[in-house]
Design a protein around this ligand. Sequence first.
Ligand SMILES: *Cc1c(COP(=O)(O)O)cnc(C)c1O
Length: 394
Amino acid sequence: MINYNVDKKGFYGDFGGAFVPEMLYPNLNELTLNYVRISKSKSFKKKFNQLLKDYVGRPTPLYFAQSLSEKFKCKVYLKREDLCHTGAHKINNTIGQILLAKELGKKRIIAETGAGQHGVATATVCALLGFKCIIYMGEVDIKRQSPNVARMKMLGAEVRPAKSGSRTLKDATNEAIRDWISNPVDTHYIIGSVVGPHPFPDMVARFQSVIGYETVNQLNELENKSKPDYVIACVGGGSNAAGIFYPFLNDEDVKIICVEAAGKGVNTGKSAATSILGKEGIIHGSKTLLMQTNDGQITEPYSISAGLDYPGIGPMHANLYKSGRGEFISVTDKKAMEWGLLLSQMEGIIPAIETAHAFAILDQKKFKKNDIIVFNCSGRGDKDLDTFIEYFKL
Ligand SMILES: *Cc1c(COP(=O)(O)O)cnc(C)c1O
């Protein structure tokens, strides 16, 4: 059997690893030596599960979408991560990492954020457990995402602008890494997706795997089956996808579909379809697929949804792409926006624009009548209301 999960050295096939400056070795070493042991310990699991239940609101429902199922002639289920506290799956990971930081005796948390969603999820758990919280955010993003900046401040976090380069996510990430190098003893860096150097991709995937394991239990109850025919998720860095794929990675009866943001179109120069447009390279300490120029400069990605415009994908997904285990489909801004409206009106669920991308594949792909299709409904659309208002002149 082929293993699509991480190996002992922190690789997924050809991808992953930890390609970082020597000064970061001690920080990563401490994590690598401890993350599995701590996260598997009884006392950690008890605290983690308790918070997921009482604070996040888990388990999230697995909802049978009647109207979509009738229209597309298959069985469509939605895993309702949009119902999590703070509105998306990101909180599963930040809860896991803050508990880990606590076990490691850390006092101070840093994080990077693009649209601000991960910043808010991090500031939330820092408020919950009384940690000092510093969020690095590109100066351009601070201007574009002012409601999330306000949320982080309300939650007690300090938002530090990244003023170099394009002043967006990748620059914020560079600043966060610099901070971590300077503060190796008291600080933990909470990365927001299955990206970055080992052990981050595996650690984040494990914390998000609660999505997939709940799905297994819920399918058993609802369908008397422990596996669906397809699992489908949008992919920015890849954490909500990794979470729902996790129990099925090595079970090829379950087909995996990753949906990327085509932006204005894959060949328009305004896209975030990283697998198709990307080449192998190293970004943020990880060998993966990323969008780059011929001489290896990272290309600025574009998508109408802030959560999908990361120039790379996590190493797990790069391997799913290269090996053919996952099918990769890209969806334009236009299709995603239309599906945001369609899902709202067919099911009464206003999705995040990221999430809406995943559903748009129903127009592109045919399923069989009894196929069980599980979409990861990664987040809700409240944060995107202004974009919807402007786009549809509501
Ligand atoms: C951040 C975000 C994503 C993209 O991140 P992944 O790590 O790829 O999951 C998708 N959906 C929502 C709602 C998000 O907030």
